[in-house]
Write a protein that binds this ligand. Structure first.
Ligand code: ARG
Length: 465
């Protein structure tokens, strides 16, 4: 080779690459993490080439042994990248050629980095998405066990960040179980769509050597093969889907993180994070800050940014491959790393947090029962809209007289409506309010117990699969 840069594509070039540009275009620092997948793909491809007699048995043996050596080098962090290694695919091919000579130089027969990179990435997703799914399952289990401790803990439920109606803390905690279940369903769907092998699509037109794509797919653990080579090398929908699911998970976590941060303030005092998941202030000695949850909330922004980055990358990009697509991996990998880390940290913070039921109980404002007062009249026959109006007036009077709603004497209530009777004060307790909400999915104690069993069942069923 005459080219000083010795790139694998240097045949038609006589000048070297500008060193600054060479560094600019290298992606090994990002795609290094695909080394296992790249070796697996090379192994399967070499076998397929042997099946069509591009490789003799001896050459195949040399290449497979060489790939083992390379895997070992990566494993031991002894693999030496060279300046000319543009990406992980070129690095592996360069090294296999050093080790196996001509047999190595034949490995790229009938394939392109365009189908190779997508095959590597999909294989990678097939490995890492189940791990993220496992992290989510762990969080669900943690929510279940925290909910079990708090099936009797009553707290104010909020809308508009104003006290609205009493709810059970268990109900609140389980409210995150279900969105996580849906997120996991999304992940499973994405995993199914990742089960399609692009290899054999070549640069864009399909490979020119008659390898058996189905048996390569089987060897690599893909259920299906792609139907259109142009689609296979151009499409990045699946990456976008993964980043979208990651963003959805982060959005969910960020809202619960926000509630817990607020609840951990002196003013609320509903929860205290463990020291293990809190940080002190470098200046104020008294501080114990909920940094773990703040970081989860903050990192959600990063993952949302990755969605935008990937969408912008794909917008208007001509088919099929353009080097722009190399920029698909940083957002994908960072979204996955950030989301897995966040789920684990959030899980730890929730697992270790101490909830303070007595503070929650003290915080319950009497006015939380205003709806129950209206419901009382409704049960006695008054149309709800009229009851709502009337109770609004009663609330006004209670506020003006600075008397708790539940302490207004029967005589005062009766001056608004003769439907009020002696049993009204029984109806005006938090326990009564909760017990009325036994509809499936409500915060009534029995309904929550039922919900709890369902959630537990979901996880136990999975364990059996
Ligand atoms: N490193 C490249 C990427 O991640 C691999 C594909 C390169 N293909 C090409 N035609 N230059 O997208």
């Amino acid at each position: 080779m005459t080219n000083p840069t010795s790139k694998l594509w240097s045949g038609r070039f006589s000048d070297g690459t500008n060193p600054d540009f060479a560094a600019f275009s290298r992606s090994v620092n990002v795609d290094l993490r695909l080394w296992q997948e790249d070796i697996a793909v090379n192994r399967a491809w070499a076998k397929a080439l042997a099946d069509i007699d591009i490789y003799s048995n001896e050459e195949l043996r040399q290449v497979l042994a060489g790939l083992e050596t390379i895997a070992d080098e990566f494993e031991k962090r002894a693999f030496r990248f060279q300046e000319a290694d543009e990406d992980i695919h070129m690095a592996v091919e360069r090294r296999i050629t050093e080790i196996a000579g001509d047999a190595g130089a034949k490995i790229h027969t009938g394939r392109s980095r365009n189908d190779q990179v997508m095959t590597d990435v999909l294989l990678y997703l097939k490995h890492v998405l189940p791990a993220l799914d496992g992290n989510l399952q762990e969080l669900q289990s943690t929510l279940i066990s925290r909910a079990e401790e708090h099936v009797d803990t009553v707290m104010p439920g909020y809308t508009h960040l104003q006290q609205a109606q009493p709810v059970l803390l268990a109900h609140y905690l389980l409210s995150l179980f279900w969105p996580l279940k849906r997120d996991r369903e999304r992940l499973h769907q994405v995993l199914d769509r990742a089960d399609v092998m692009p290899l054999g699509s070549g640069a864009l037109a399909g490979g020119a050597f008659p390898v058996d794509r189905r048996s390569i797919a089987e060897e690599l653990g893909f259920a299906r093969i792609s139907e259109n080579s142009i689609d296979a090398v151009s499409d990045r929908d699946l990456l976008l889907e993964v980043v979208n699911v990651a963003a959805m998970i982060m959005l969910h976590l960020s809202r619960y993180a926000e509630d817990l941060i607020l609840w951990s303030s002196t003013e609320f005092g509903f929860v205290e994070l463990s020291e293990a998941f809190s940080t002190g202030s470098s200046m104020m000695p008294q501080k114990k800050n909920p940094d773990s949850l703040e970081l989860v909330r903050g990192k959600a922004a990063r993952v949302l940014g990755h969605v935008t980055a990937l969408q912008a990358l794909l917008k208007g990009l001509p088919l099929t491959y353009a080097r722009d697509l190399q920029e698909d991996k940083p957002p994908l990998f960072d979204a996955l790393d950030t989301t897995s880390d966040s789920v684990r940290i959030f899980t730890g913070a929730v697992r270790d947090a101490s909830f303070h039921p007595e503070r929650m109980r003290q915080a319950l404002d009497d006015l939380l029962l205003a709806t129950d007062l209206a419901d009382y009249l409704t049960r006695k026959g008054m149309p709800f809209r009229n009851a709502h109006e009337l109770v609004g007036k009663i609330v006004n009077e209670a506020v003006k007289r600075k008397v708790p709603l539940t302490k207004l004497p029967l005589s005062a209530l009766r001056s608004y409506s003769s439907l009020f009777e002696a049993d009204v004060h029984e109806a005006l307790t938090v326990e009564f309010s909760l017990r009325l909400r036994e509809l499936p999915g409500g915060t009534g104690p029995d309904a929550v117990r039922e919900q709890f069993e369902k959630a537990k069942n979901c996880i136990e069923m999975e364990r059996r699969i």
